[in-house]
Each structure stands twice: as C-alpha cells, then as structure tokens.
Ligand binder design. Structure first.
Ligand code: GLU
Length: 465
C-alpha cells in the first residue's frame, strides 16, 4: 500500500470508474439488477477518487463490488399435500467492514443471485449511512409464501434455517425480513435457530416484541421514509402538511408510510398490490389504515377489497395498469414508491412531473429506474434514494441488536426518538456530501459518496483482505 496523498485528475477519475463499470458489465452480463445498482452508485463516485487517490491504489472499488462470500443451498421441504418441494436458498455476505453482515431475507419467486447481489450492494451504503456498526448482507429464497398455509411456511422456514444457521450469528451475520418475510417468518426462523443451537441471541431482527423484537421495528421503514421526505421538504422551505401523496405497495413499508403521512397531515390517495391499485380521492384515515393492516397482515387478502369496503374508491386491475399509467398517473405532490425494484420508470416519472410532484422518497429498494431518477433530477424534483430514505428499517434493526445485547427493552417513544435522529443525520450526510463534492441538492449522489467514504476508510484501515 502506498501512503501517497496525490490527487487524481478529474478526467482520470471518470475514466477509472468507467473502466471498473465496464469490467463488471463484462463479468456479470447475466446479472442485470446487480449491474443496475452498481452502475447507479459507481457513476457518482468519481469526485471521491479525485480527492482520495489511495482508494484507487488500494483497489477499494474493485474489492467492494465482490461479496465477501455467497452461500447457495438446497432447501427441501414437504408441502401440505405431502409432496416434496425443492427451492434454492441464498445468503450473500457482502461487506463486514463496518460490522457484522446485516440485511434482510426475501422470499419471492423472482429471487436469484442478481437480485440478492443488487440488494446486498445497496445495503453496504445504506447501512453505512445509518452510522450504526453494521456491515451488509442479503439473502432469501425463490419460495413464494403467498397462498401457503402457516404450517407450510413454518416447514419451509425450518428447512431454510437448517442450512442457514451454520453461516449466521449475532456477531457474524444478522438477517431480518424483506419482501415475503415478515414477523411470522422471522418468528419461525428464530425459533428454529434457537432449537438447533440451544442459544438465545439476537441472531435475527424484526422479531415480535414477545420474542425480544424492538418496538417500532415494523413501522420503522415506512416512518423513516416519511421522515426523510419531511427533511427534504423542510430544507427547501416547505413541509408535509396538506400535501397529496401517492404511495405504491401495501406491505409493511407502504402501510406505515401511509400511517405516518396521515398523522403528519398529508393525504394518501393510492395503494397497490400485485392485483392492481386503489384510488381513494378522499384519502386514507386511521380507520381505513386499520382495515388495510387487518386485510394485509392478518387475512393476507387483495387490495381490491378496499374498494368494495369504502365509498368513492376506484380499483384498477393490473391488466389496465399500462393504459392508466398506474398510481403514478394520479396527480400528487409527494410520491413514495414502496413496492419493489424498477416499479417506476422514465414514463411514470414524466407523468408524476406533469402531475405536479415536488418530492419522491423511495420506500422500496431501487424502485426508480436510473432514467426515472435522472428525469426527477432534471425537473428539480427532490429525490430521496432508497439507500437513504428507507434506511430507517435497518437502523431500528441495529437498535434491536443493541437492546438484545444489553438485555434491555426500550419504549416505543425511545425508539422513535432515535429513529428520527438517525433519519435526520442520514439526511445531513447526503446533503453535506452532495455540497462538499460539488453536486448540491443531489441527495442520490450524496448518499453514495457519504456511504462509500465511510466504508472505504474502514477498508483502508483494515488492510488488503
Ligand atoms: N430488508 C430491509 C432493508 O432493505 C431491512 C434489513 C434489516 O432490517 O436488516 O433494509
């Protein structure tokens, strides 16, 4: 390692980053989601290399884009019809520079290595931005819990944990939930880990409060996304009160984003699921939100039921989504994509801009395509990238690890106060890095630069490993 402090010329820095992107594209042409996430981050990092030439000499970037290790395993289990089923399980342990691997598990038929590498890569920067001592990982399986009985889900979780258990631990790797993995699945996974190891530790987060979970963990991602939107708006001299908001999804991120927006005086007029979306011009209130919680978290039903239950609500099935433009065609000032990756493309972004959107805060991971994010940037729309805006979930997971390690339990208010403070600091990191590196107001670049800087410094300190 060289100790030189020489700076790199701007054109050299751009060329260097472009070369790293090009070699990734050659090596991983079969991993489109990972390439998209890597491109989005890398293309914003050249100003960092101009100032920190040692990062290039130490090949920080070339090392960071390769996970520490990837574990892929067979999950064999028996379904309710006594048939043997076989799924593929994964854990991508991406980076342990800042702490134990930390990140969720996703159970969804679309799960593959590309998706999990994109999620794990995003997690590096997200977790760094929280200022919590957590590294980054992601895992899951191509298993679809939709329509499965509780017993079938439990058997799958136990089969999955039979292998995963040997790779995780409260100081090694601490998984949590993501799409398809909520407190039911985390409960089954935790129970089986405890059975296998005969050890009660905070090896998973997102547990129910009865199993040692943190209060407010369920709400944290959605609430945090709204706090981040509030930070962006107040920095530009306005606020959330009285704003019309469009939210996509109806999982836990969407539900609790809606709840917090409503509490703070905004009017949420849409929600969606894989069957279509609802448009409720009157807006959701506390009673309607309770209905959605019961519908989605208990009965696991379809969002169309919302339109049957409440007056004046339009349900648009997925088949008409293309024609109508989906939730993004509904005029609004705030847009919170809280469903899944690439749900908001450039044409949706243009519809939102035409509809008067002022701020976009990503509740999901990478819900906006690169073109959509660029369109918002060009139109001067405030844009909170997922790795900053949705970091409240993993931040409270880290607070859950702290509570478990200290054998303590904090009140809801104590956790909320910490969550607010963390979201405020994340916003400041994005804002400060954007200003310092010559792209003021560009929170997406700011998030990438601030997250990368912290990890790069840790990697340099820890040597070539
Ligand atoms: N899956 C969530 C995320 O995307 C949460 C991860 C966690 O709590 O560890 O950040």
């Amino acid at each position: 390692m060289s100790a030189t402090t020489a700076v790199l010329a701007a054109t050299d820095a751009r060329g260097y980053v472009a070369d790293v992107i090009a070699s990734l594209e050659t090596a991983h042409a079969d991993q489109p989601e990972f390439l998209q996430a890597a491109r989005e981050v890398l293309q914003t990092l050249h100003p960092v290399f101009e100032r920190h030439a040692t990062y290039r000499q130490n090949k920080i970037l070339e090392r960071l884009v390769v996970p520490d290790r990837m574990i892929i395993f067979r999950v064999a289990w028996i379904d309710d019809h006594e048939e043997v089923q076989v799924n593929t399980g994964y854990r991508v342990q991406f980076s342990s520079s800042l702490g134990p691997y930390k990140g969720g598990l996703r159970f969804h038929p679309t799960v593959n290595l590309s998706v999990l590498k994109f999620l794990g890569f995003e997690q590096i920067f997200k977790n760094a931005l929280t200022d919590q001592p957590i590294g980054a990982g992601k895992g899951g399986a191509d298993f679809d819990p939709k329509g499965k009985s509780d017993h079938a889900v439990m058997r799958f979780c136990q089969a999955f944990m039979t292998e995963l258990a040997r790779h995780i631990g409260s100081r090694t790797d601490v998984p949590a939930g993501d799409i398809g993995v909520g407190s039911r699945e985390v409960g089954y996974l935790f129970g089986y880990y405890k059975k296998l190891l005969n050890r009660w530790t905070g090896v998973l987060t997102g547990k129910s409060p009865y199993s040692g979970g943190s209060l407010l963990r369920t709400e944290a991602t959605g609430y945090g996304t709204v706090y981040f939107a509030g930070e962006m708006l107040s920095a530009s001299g306005s606020g959330l009160d009285g704003r019309t908001a469009v939210v996509s999804g109806s999982g836990n991120v969407a539900i609790y984003a809606t709840e917090k927006l409503t509490q703070l005086g905004a009017r949420v007029v849409t929600l969606s699921d894989s069957s279509g979306f609802i448009h409720d011009p009157a807006g959701l209130d506390a009673e309607k939100i309770e209905f959605v919680k019961e519908l989605k978290e208990v009965r696991r039903g379809r969002i169309s039921e919302y339109a049957e239950r409440f007056e004046g609500v339009r349900f648009v099935p997925l088949s008409e989504y293309e024609v109508t433009g989906g939730v993004w065609a509904v005029p609004c000032e705030l847009a919170l994509p809280c469903a899944t990756q690439n749900e908001l493309d450039a044409s949706a972004a243009h519809r939102l801009i035409e509809g008067g959107v002022r701020a976009v805060s990503e509740g999901a991971n990478m819900p906006c395509t690169i073109d959509a994010a660029e369109a918002f940037h060009e139109a001067g729309v405030l844009f909170g990238p997922g790795k900053a805006a949705n970091a409240g979930g993993v931040a409270v997971s880290s607070l859950e690890m702290t509570q478990n390690a200290q054998r303590e339990r904090w009140t809801r208010d104590q956790v909320d106060e910490r969550l607010r403070a963390i979201m405020h600091r994340i916003f400041e990191h994005c804002q400060d890095a954007a200003t310092e590196y010559g792209v003021p107001g560009d929170y997406a670049s700011g998030a990438n630069i601030a997250g990368f800087y912290k990890v790069a410094e840790a990697m340099e300190a820890q040597g070539v490993v």
